[in-house]
Design a protein around this ligand. Structure first.
Ligand code: ZN
Length: 363
């Protein structure tokens, strides 16, 4: 019986994968993000002592979306839910596909059996579970479909059957590289905010299965760990997690668009960028703009230029932490740019290190 179920499921899987290939060519800009607050309504998700997973997911999703809406007027934010309501997993993916989203982020909180000491954040992409722990997370999250009235979309997929998950490994490749890239950026941002880094993981999640774009599922922490629950239930904790997601998305968007050559060119003259807050390393200043930064500053990575007090200032890199910029400063000094120093930009304008730090840490 199980075999028959799997083969029907497998055929369906392949049919669903075909349109994904057709959609492989995305635009050159990141224009739409779908933010998915996991669970909702009758589906509470994991339970804590004072709150529920669905409530934390929604709070962080709304904050994350608000950061994008405030700072990225060129990005459309679509929420799968903005209230406490039940939505099928297949519908969440369908919302992303209907909106032709460029990125899909599903937000969840973890919980384990029998222990209250597990802690930290991890980010999943669609793929084969490499261990029992990841499989358990997927099984737990996929169990939401047991509350759905009509599960035709999953063709008898049994979220508790280990065999059923083997097929998921087939559907990982389309956007996996980009998904892994976003996941990696998210984990870096979590770690930068002092969260225990549980790394980028893979497992078969029904909510990610049919999304036709780079997609991740984040597990913010453990609701059955009292300390973690307190953090995730707090204004500060939710702000930190939302800000981490925002910074990761910002990094991904910038890199994606730079690769596709449609974003603001690095050679912008007025300011290095607009609406952005980051650190960079200033390593040279010229009265006239150089004809080619590649020639003038051979070997210097990620060069851009901005005008300040009548001179062209050349900077290297864009970092979300001062530590990372200081590392670049050391590299540049070793290359002979002995006066290289860390500069900060706040909303695209030169600012102080302190201002940038405050803006980046959401203080
Ligand atoms: Zn969940």
């Amino acid at each position: 019986m199980i075999e028959r179920k799997i083969s029907r499921f497998g055929v369906l899987l392949l049919i669903f994968m075909l349109p994904l290939f057709a959609l492989a060519q995305k635009g050159e800009k990141i224009q739409t993000i779908v933010i998915d607050a996991g669970h909702g309504g009758k589906d509470t998700g994991a339970l804590g002592k004072v709150t529920t997973e669905k409530a934390i997911n929604l709070a962080v999703a709304k904050k994350f979306g608000a950061y994008i809406e405030e700072n990225m007027p060129d990005v459309k934010v679509v929420y799968t839910r903005k209230t406490d309501k039940f939505i099928e997993l297949s519908e969440r993916a369908a919302i992303a596909n209907r909106n032709n989203a460029d990125v899909f982020v599903s937000i969840h909180v973890n919980s384990t059996e029998g222990t209250t000491t597990a802690n930290g954040a991890e980010t999943y992409v669609m793929g084969e579970s490499k261990n029992e722990k990841n499989l358990a997370v997927a099984k737990k999250e996929n169990a939401s479909i047991l509350l759905e009235d009509n599960t035709d979309a999953y063709d008898n997929f049994d979220p508790n059957s280990t065999e059923a998950y083997i097929l998921f490994s087939l559907s990982q490749s389309m956007y996996q590289k980009q998904s892994l890239d976003i996941a990696d950026k998210v984990q870096k941002q979590f770690a930068a905010r002092g969260r225990h880094d549980r790394g980028v993981q893979q497992a078969g999640f029904l909510v990610l299965w049919k999304t036709a774009m780079p997609s991740i599922l984040v597990e913010l922490g453990f609701i059955n760990n009292a300390k973690e629950e307190q953090f995730l239930n707090s204004e500060k904790g939710q702000t930190q997690m939302a800000l981490a997601l925002y910074r990761a998305f910002e990094d991904y968007k910038r890199e994606f668009e730079a690769e596709n050559h449609t974003a603001a060119k690095p050679e912008a003259t007025k300011s290095a960028a607009t609406g952005d807050t980051y650190f960079a390393v200033q390593f040279a200043s010229r009265d006239k703009k150089v004809a080619s930064t590649d020639k003038a500053f051979s070997g210097v990575k990620e060069v851009s230029v901005y005008e300040y007090n009548g001179a062209f200032r050349y900077i290297s890199g864009r970092f979300t932490s001062k530590e990372a910029a200081t590392k670049r400063q050391a590299e540049l000094r070793a290359m002979g740019y002995k006066d290289a120093f860390v500069v900060a930009f706040v909303n695209g304008e030169r600012g102080t290190i302190k201002q940038a730090e405050a803006a980046l840490n959401g203080k």
